[in-house]
Design a protein around this ligand. Structure first.
Ligand code: FES
Length: 179
C-alpha cells in the first residue's frame, strides 16, 4: 500500500512538474522580457530589435508593463460592436525610430487583472470578465471603462524611460489621451 502511495505521490509530483513547465513554456511563447535598466523609480526600455505584433513585458514601480511594436495592419478581427479600426493609426501609440509602440501599464482598467494578448486576433482579452482592448490599448469591449493606462515616459534615441514626463508624453496629456 505504501508502495502504491509512493508511486502515486511520485506520479503526481512528476505531473505537477510537467504542468509547471508547460505553464512556463506557454508564458514564454506569448511574451518575452525586454532588455531594460531599472533605477530608483525609472525603467529604461531598449526598443531596438523588437519583433512586430509580439508582446513584451517589463516592470515599472512594481507594475507590469506591456509593450508591442504595432504592425502596420493591426486590425482586430471578430471585432465586438464592429470596432475594428486599425490600431496602427491610434494617436496613443508612441513613435520611436520610425516605428510605433504601445507601452501601457498591464492592468485592466475594470478591476485590475492582467489582460492576455492574442497576436492572431490583434487584441487583448481580459481573463477576468472578458473585456477586450486593441493593440493600442483602446477598449473594444466592456466592462473596462477606459483604455489601458500609458505611464509617464521620455524618449531618448531608441530607448524609452518610464517614470519621466518627456515632451511626447506631455503632448498626449494635453490632448487628453493620457490620464
Ligand atoms: S478585470 Fe478585466 S474585464 Fe474585469
Amino acid at each position: 500500500m505504501s508502495d502504491r502511495r509512493d508511486f502515486f505521490g511520485k506520479a503526481l509530483g512528476a505531473f505537477a512538474g510537467l504542468g509547471a513547465l508547460g505553464a512556463l513554456y506557454a508564458a514564454k511563447r506569448t511574451w518575452d522580457p525586454l532588455p531594460s535598466v531599472k533605477a530608483a523609480g525609472f525603467t529604461t526600455l531598449d526598443l531596438s530589435g523588437l519583433s512586430e505584433n509580439k508582446l513584451y513585458v517589463d516592470k515599472w514601480r512594481g507594475k507590469p508593463i506591456l509593450i508591442i511594436k504595432v504592425a502596420k495592419n493591426s486590425k482586430p478581427n471578430e471585432a465586438p460592436n464592429g470596432n475594428n479600426k486599425n490600431a496602427y493609426e491610434d494617436p496613443r501609440l508612441i513613435s520611436v525610430g520610425g516605428h510605433k509602440y504601445m507601452i501601457v501599464i498591464g492592468l485592466c482598467t475594470h478591476l485590475g487583472c492582467i489582460p492576455d494578448y492574442f497576436s492572431d486576433k490583434h487584441k487583448f482579452i481580459c481573463p477576468c470578465h472578458g473585456g477586450q482592448f486593441n493593440a493600442a490599448g483602446e477598449v473594444l469591449k466592456a466592462p473596462p471603462p477606459s483604455p489601458l493606462v500609458i505611464p509617464p515616459f521620455k524618449i531618448t534615441g531608441n530607448k524609452v524611460v518610464l517614470g519621466e514626463e518627456g515632451p511626447e508624453y506631455k503632448k498626449l496629456k494635453e490632448s487628453g489621451l493620457v490620464a
